[in-house]
Design a binder for this molecule. Structure first.
Ligand code: IPE
Ligand code: IPE
Ligand code: MG
Length: 249
């Protein structure tokens, strides 16, 4: 039997099992640049990006991280060329159809967050199907942010709360952080402990504005399609070095 020198199927021994993030969020950036560097069309980068996401999901599951959220499409991404937007919508749909059975078997719970009503109807069908068929699964909670914008999410919560106040159902001083969070798309989920962004960009790009209040940030220079277990290992090592003070001393 040959032993791989870099066997990353199990949690690497230098990581402390008790100090892993309970929720990892990832801004998967750099697909276009990955393709461009190879003289390929941008869409090839998106296609390879799906493989990287699949492996990260499996890795989180293997290493005992109970929640992963991935930013797949922002409310600002509609501003890209029509062909790219169309390709992405079709890709999401195809991947969901192709992977659902395996996700069910692997006990993955799938969630989608964002303004889902504005997505193509055929994609919405697959989204609904995947959420319904996996709702009782509990190996890992996998959330995909699609047509997601942090500001839009906060605004729709404000509108819903304002309506409740207007109807006399709610008093303004009853609105606290817990109640507000329950009106967000992410209601019921724990906030991310670790945010990873690839391709070296140091911005949040309208992702989980409320939920990332105390997340640790890790910026990787790697382009998303090349993000692998070794790179995730480095992110977790960095995370475990951090001193999370939450405003205290
Ligand atoms: C991230 O990669 C994927 C999406 C936003 C859908 P990009 O497409 O933003 O890749 P770059 O940043 O142009 O390299
Ligand atoms: C953020 O990446 C959105 C997703 C990864 C889905 P972008 O590539 O759209 O972000 P900007 O435009 O560089 O801020
Ligand atoms: Mg980008």
């Amino acid at each position: 039997m040959t032993v791989k020198p870099n066997n990353l199927e199990k949690l690497p021994e230098d990581l402390d099992r008790n100090r892993l993030p309970k929720h990892v969020a990832v801004i998967m950036d750099g697909n276009g640049r990955w393709a461009k560097r190879r003289g390929l069309p941008r869409i090839m980068g998106h296609r390879r990006g799906v493989d990287a996401l699949k492996d990260l999901l499996r890795c989180c599951k293997d290493w005992g991280i109970p929640a992963l959220t991935a930013y797949a499409f922002s409310t600002e991404n509609w501003g890209r060329p029509l062909e790219e937007v169309d390709f992405l919508m079709t890709l999401f749909e195809r991947v969901l159809r192709r992977e659902l059975e395996e996700m069910v078997q692997e006990n993955v719970q799938i969630k989608f967050v964002g303004n889902l009503k504005a997505l193509p109807p055929s994609l919405r069908v697959e989204i609904e199907r995947s959420m319904t068929q996996t709702q009782d699964n509990n190996a890992i909670r996998f959330t995909v942010a699609t047509n997601y914008g942090g500001r839009e999410e906060i605004l729709q919560a404000c509108r819903a709360l304002a309506t409740q106040v207007q109807q006399g159902i709610l008093q303004p001083d009853e609105i606290d952080e817990g109640l507000f969070a329950s009106y967000l798309y992410t209601s019921g989920a724990q906030d991310p402990d670790l945010l990873i962004r690839t391709s070296g960009e140091m911005r949040i790009s309208n992702f989980l504005l409320w939920q990332l209040a105390y997340a640790e940030f890790y910026i990787s220079e790697t382009l998303w399609p090349d993000f692998d277990r070794a790179e995730f290992h480095r992110a977790l090592e960095a995370y475990q070095q951090r001193d999370r003070r939450f405003g205290k001393v």
